[in-house]
Design a protein around this ligand. Structure first.
Ligand code: BV8
Length: 250
């Protein structure tokens, strides 16, 4: 009898303890947060390619801040969805479980994930351009645009990695170490275009991990994946979680 594709992943998971997950905008789509490159993609409608860059901020900090304030307004009312919640629950299920996310929306943390690496920063944090101090955003929309540092008066910027900017080396090292040591890596809701995040699953596979991709459509990673589960992340993860817990209880 041919095993159901999801049951094949359950069988894989039943025998491992180190599991990692790389997520992209697709896991927040079911919460109502627009993805970047889909048909209603954020990048298409709001000149994002020209706004999420240090040059844009240098040229017009107020415009860039308005765009991030607008995005925070979109994200503020949304809740984590079933996909985020399943991943938060897997921290107790596996001996060594970590989420590496490209998303800046903060929804994994809001769902309860603690062992979490935010590769590209967090839209709910701002950073002094002079002192580098990072603070949580207290209100949306911000009263003053662009915000200035209360201690030195310098401009504050979103604590987010823009295109053309290097990721925080400690953050990237942690994500790479997790990728190299996991036995299974899930890749959920990402188009696999943005580097260096998109290289992490390949690093995991080279180190011997099995790759399980969940997406509503194939991506450049799909040919390399050991398992491809088509569908919405929330639906697929909920089904997988149910079958896994049944298998563990049996
Ligand atoms: C850097 C914050 C170097 C901003 C973001 C090779 C090596 C190194 C760099 C490069 C390289 N090639 C190109 C580069 C440059 C660039 C890059 O990757 N460009 C791409 C566009 C080709 N990379 C960089 O600039 C990085 N910096 O490498 O610097 C350096 C080194 C030293 C010194 C100086 C410089 C920085 C990249 C970080 C950019 N910042 N975000 C902000 O948000 O405002 S990236 C941005 O894209 C988001 O974080 C987003 O998460 C990320 C990736 O997109 P996805 O998450 O995949 O979203 P997308 O919409 O594309 O796809 C959604 C997927 O979900 C789809 O597949 C869809 O089918 C699926 N889906 C939809 N609904 C569902 C679903 N799946 C499941 N369920 C659903 N319901």
């Amino acid at each position: 009898m041919i095993e159901h594709p999801v049951d094949a992943v359950v069988t894989l998971l039943a025998g491992v303890r180190r599991v990692a997950v790389l997520t992209g905008a697709g896991i927040s789509a079911e919460s109502g947060v627009p993805t970047f490159r889909g048909q209603d993609g954020l990048w298409k409608q709001y000149r994002a390619e020209s706004l999420a860059t240090p040059e844009a901020f240098e040229r017009d900090p107020a415009l860039v801040w308005e765009w991030y304030d607008w995005r925070r307004g979109l994200i503020a009312p949304v809740e984590p969805n079933a996909g985020h919640r399943v991943l938060a629950g897997w921290e107790a299920l596996f001996g060594d479980f970590a989420v590496i996310t490209q998303n800046v929306d903060g929804l994994h943390a809001k769902a309860g994930s603690r062992n979490l690496v935010e590769l590209h920063g967090n839209i709910w944090k701002l950073r002094c351009t002079k002192e580098g101090t990072v603070e949580e955003v207290r209100e949306t929309p911000l009263r003053r645009l662009p915000p200035v540092c209360p201690s030195c008066g310098s401009l504050r910027r979103p604590h987010i990695v823009w295109f053309g900017e290097a990721l925080d080396p400690d953050v990237l090292d942690r994500a790479a170490a997790i990728s190299r040591s996991c036995q299974v890596m899930f890749v959920l809701g990402t188009s696999g275009i943005v580097q260096p995040a998109a290289s992490l699953p390949f690093a995991a596979a080279r180190a011997g991990a099995k790759i399980v991709e969940v997406n509503i459509e194939p991506t450049p990673l799909t040919p390399q994946a050991d398992h491809f589960l088509p569908g919405k992340a929330g639906d697929v993860l909920s089904d997988l979680d149910r079958r896994l817990r049944e298998r563990m209880a049996a």
